[in-house]
Ligand binder design. Structure first.
Ligand code: C2O
Ligand code: CU
Ligand code: CU
Length: 568
């Protein structure tokens, strides 16, 4: 561990341990601090529903992936608001005679995932294994549609190291709605490195090692959870190739509030593990959270607070990979589809409430800025106040009641994994410009949509430099790459807001120290990614690169490409 890093970790501990050194968040004076405490007290009354934990009932139990033989996409009901039944869709897994809905799949490198997916809903679907190094046939993103009433077999090996991945539908035109309606689940990979980390932290999965899936939803007074997206009949029939379908669909048109807004589909409430107004009681020791932003479109700036104090945490991993060393963080932006693995020492807090909140920020929806060059034809009928629903506002996510314990506190190791520098990437760059096409649809490099299934070819084994440029007159886009993870090599033009979250590296965000498969690109930013296109799959394989604001993805903000073996 480097000297500045050691100092930082020490400073983080001291700052978080309280007293004057802690500094109040948002530079509050004492009257604001009192107001913050009063606000928390008012929220406390409402945040009283026990957080759904893994293994509670038939939902969400951990299952070894290798034991799952079938996964059925089924309609179900669940009480999400009071006792009202909300109609949802879920993955029903069969494993050794048990049925689990939206299971947390757990596997180790080398494990086989061999299962049959049955589609028992009324829309065509696919299953995409987000974050995995995988071949085209199993990726679930391209031409692998499973029509209603039919099925498809998945057969692949886990080639990833430890990390938090997930699975969700990826059918052309319907993925956003299907995820909104409940289709997604976690897929945890553990290996020797993560076993050691868990031992040192002394945490137990489902108790002090807690998965948190954060999703915003609106549940109306009847219990329904309407998805107000454009119905795009062009999607339901026609060719299986999502790109061909995308070419025929015209989504994102705003007709009196029924269309998915320009900013994607947002909900009124933030649910954690499908629990509205959740709380959980946790021992004052090290606890670990593995967090997925499973929202369609909402960005969060997560941080822990107690009264007017921020309680610092340590970032252990990003997306599907562990960091080499824990990285101190105070707050962190988490965009749709991104995952973080974090640990927090609750002994820094006094017994009582610690809040996981989304802290205030500017959502930077600047695509209607008068300075921009392209006309906002799709959504200019509505004024662009900042943020859809509560995006960017201070809001609780989870109330944690920190209680004293006899348990050993556990320890944060100074190093997690062997430090493997990413190595050299090619100097020639591949450029992508985010923005809107002439019709006002979100697109990549002006093409609406990626008009061929293979817009470009990459040589298998190439170490490419991808440069993603987001104009200032735009909005933040979480860009996701299938089949490969990448390193953020650098950022420029980063707005002040997210900049500087990594205090040791001003041009990086905290996540940029790790390997990612989804990177948030802010308006005005140019982000350079290093991608290693090595993989063991024979023959050409197609993948995609797209925005994981799911409404943007559906609108065609994606590009397909092929990875080809060197010609003989
Ligand atoms: Cu999470 Cu293209 O997917
Ligand atoms: Cu906007
Ligand atoms: Cu986008």
């Amino acid at each position: 561990m480097s000297a500045p890093r050691r100092m930082l970790l020490r400073a983080l501990g001291a700052a978080a341990a309280g007293g004057a050194a802690a500094g109040s968040w948002l530079r509050m004076g004492s009257s604001e601090a009192a107001a913050a405490t009063a606000l928390d007290a008012s929220w406390r009354v409402r945040y009283d529903r026990p957080l759904a934990l893994p293994g509670a009932g038939s939902w969400w139990s951990p299952l070894p992936a290798a034991q799952v033989s079938t996964l059925s996409v089924v309609p179900v009901q669940r009480a999400l608001r009071g006792h009202l039944a909300t109609p949802l869709w879920a993955y029903a897994a069969e494993a050794k005679g048990r049925t689990v809905l939206n299971p947390i799949l757990i596997g180790r490198p080398g494990d086989a995932v061999r299962l049959r997916v049955h589609n028992r809903i009324t829309q065509s679907t696919t299953i995409h294994w987000h974050g995995f190094a995988i071949d085209e046939q199993n990726d679930g993103g391209m031409g692998t549609a499973i029509e209603p009433g039919s099925m498809r077999d998945c057969d692949w090996l886990i080639r990833n190291a430890a990390g938090l991945n997930w699975y969700h539908p990826h059918a052309g035109g319907t993925s956003a709605e299907q995820v909104w309606r409940g289709l997604s689940g976690l897929f945890l990979v553990e290996d020797d490195v993560s076993d050691r980390l868990r031992r040192l932290l002394g945490v137990r999965f489902g108790w002090t090692d807690m998965p948190l899936v954060i999703q915003d939803r609106t549940i109306d007074r009847t219990g329904a959870m309407p998805y107000a997206a454009p119905s795009a009949p062009a999607w339901s029939t026609g060719p299986a190739d999502p790109f061909a379908e995308a070419a025929r669909a015209s989504v994102c048109t705003t007709s009196a509030g029924t269309a998915a807004p320009m900013h994607g589909m947002h909900g009124k409430d933030i649910l954690v593990n499908a629990t509205r107004f959740p709380f959980v009681r946790l021992p004052r020791r090290w606890v670990r959270f593995r967090i997925l932003n499973g929202s369609n479109a909402r960005l969060y700036r997560l941080g822990f607070t107690q009264g007017n104090r921020m309680v610092g945490a340590a970032l252990l991993g990003t997306d599907g990979a562990l960091l080499a060393e824990p990285q101190p963080i105070r707050s962190i932006f988490l965009a749709p589809a991104q995952r973080i693995d974090i640990a927090i020492d609750l002994r820094q807090a006094t017994p009582g409430d610690v809040w996981l909140k989304t802290l205030p920020f500017d959502p930077m929806h600047a695509e209607s800025d008068p300075a921009r060059t392209l006309q906002d034809t799709a959504s200019s009928d509505r004024p662009h106040a900042h943020g859809e629903q509560g995006e960017g506002a201070l809001e609780p996510v989870l109330r944690i009641e920190a209680v004293d314990t006899d348990e050993a506190p556990g320890a944060l190791p100074p190093a997690i994994a062997e430090h493997r520098p990413p190595g050299h990437f090619e100097d020639t760059e591949r450029h992508f410009t985010l923005g809107q096409d002439r019709r006002g649809q979100w697109s990549i490099s002006g093409a609406f949509p990626a008009s061929t299934a293979e817009a470009f070819r990459v040589q298998r084994g190439a170490r490419e430099t991808w440069v993603v440029h987001n104009p200032a007159a735009g909005m933040p886009h979480p860009m996701h790459l299938h089949g490969f993870s990448f390193n953020v090599l650098g950022r420029s033009g980063t707005p002040a807001q997210p900049n500087g979250w990594d205090p040791t590296h001003p041009s990086h965000l905290a996540q940029d120290r790790g390997r990612q498969d989804t990177v948030l690109v802010w308006p005005g930013e140019t982000v350079r990614l290093g991608v290693d296109f090595a993989h063991p799959f024979a023959g050409p394989q197609r993948y995609m690169f797209h925005c994981h604001n799911l409404e943007h993805e559906v609108a065609g903000m994606m590009v397909g490409f092929g990875v080809h073996p060197r010609a003989a």
